[in-house]
Write a protein of this length. Structure first.
Ligand code: FE2
Length: 150
């Protein structure tokens, strides 16, 4: 027990408060410097910034770095680590929008990780559209691949 974290765990560690990225208010200037593009949205900057710092601190696994970089957006090139970090991020128990359905998704992750991943992508997109937010190309590409796989 207590050995090296798995690949998704390394991604989560890179994103964790107190991890490699100085958080929020004090970290905004750093985030802008580390991730000047970040889809033009401050709220999305922490993923690319944390990936940049993780690489600087020795993370060389492309899948882990892509997991961190795109965890708020989605990415069609993800491997298992990217998918699980995305699911874990969205299903964090303290999310304000969580209801019973989200708790059921959490319970299904061990047996049905791919089905839960698809539901999380769908729910995230539903929330964006309902809120009148734009969809980024990476998000649309991911959904289209999942939808065509059915
Ligand atoms: Fe995040």
């Amino acid at each position: 027990m207590g050995g090296r974290p798995g690949r998704a765990g390394r991604g989560a560690r890179a994103l964790a408060p107190g991890g490699e990225l100085p958080r929020r208010a004090e970290g905004r200037a750093d985030e802008r410097e580390l991730a000047p593009d970040a889809w033009g949205e401050d709220a999305l900057r922490h993923g690319p910034a944390a990936a940049h710092l993780a690489a600087r601190h020795g993370e060389t696994d492309r899948g882990v770095l892509d997991a961190v970089r795109y965890h708020s957006v989605g990415y069609v090139g993800w491997d298992r680590a990217g998918r699980m970090l995305y699911v874990g991020d969205y299903l964090e128990p303290d999310r304000a929008f969580h209801g019973e359905w989200h708790r059921e998704l959490i319970a299904r992750v061990p047996e049905e990780p791919d089905a839960v991943f698809r539901e999380v992508v769908r729910d995230r997109i539903r929330r964006l559209v309902t809120g009148g937010r734009p969809l980024l190309p990476e998000t649309v590409d991911l959904w289209n691949v999942l939808a065509r796989a059915d």
